[in-house]
Design a protein around this ligand. Structure first.
Ligand SMILES: [Zn+2]
Length: 162
């Protein structure tokens, strides 16, 4: 059995907390759907997260301590960033039935948080100046994940360690 822990945020007073709660409220689909399809697991994955229509968002904590340590991020902040990245992709998937996983491959080499790296430790580079590029901003907002992208940008603005 995988160790699965649901990542939750309680409503708070700050604007970013309210944004995240708003994102989470959008996740609730109905009585037969999981209320919050974000799972934090330690499965071995070369990626920060996996998003699928059927299984929601799985954040892999495997080798992530090195990334968050390198970036000077609190582990919870790291998880929130990965969670919002995954939620944005998941939101696009459930809202656009024709999209497939390959549609989310980054179009050109970039340090954008949505770009991929061949191995997990190399993702640390993306957290040096964590940001979403203009192409991804437009892509994800167009496909229905505007709330998730805005929450992510607001969270990055709050947590960025110069
Ligand atoms: Zn991008």
């Amino acid at each position: 059995m995988q160790d699965r822990t649901v990542l939750t945020e309680k409503p708070g007073g700050s604007a970013i907390d309210q944004l995240i709660v708003r994102v989470q409220n959008r996740v609730i689909l109905g009585e037969n759907e999981p209320e919050l399809p974000i799972f934090v697991t330690n499965f071995v994955s070369p990626r920060l997260y996996l998003a699928s229509r059927a299984r929601g968002v799985q954040i892999s904590t495997w080798q992530s301590a090195g990334i968050s340590g390198y970036a000077g991020l609190e582990p919870l902040s790291y998880l929130v960033i990965c969670g919002l990245l995954g939620l944005a992709e998941w939101r696009c998937l459930i809202g656009n039935p024709l999209l497939i996983e390959e549609d989310f491959n980054h179009s050109q080499p970039s340090d954008c948080l949505f770009s991929s790296r061949p191995s997990k430790p190399e993702y640390a580079q993306l957290f040096e100046q964590p940001h979403i590029c203009g192409s991804c901003f437009d892509f994800y907002c167009c496909l229905g994940a505007e709330n998730e992208i805005l929450a992510l940008n607001a969270f990055l603005a709050r947590t960025h360690v110069a």
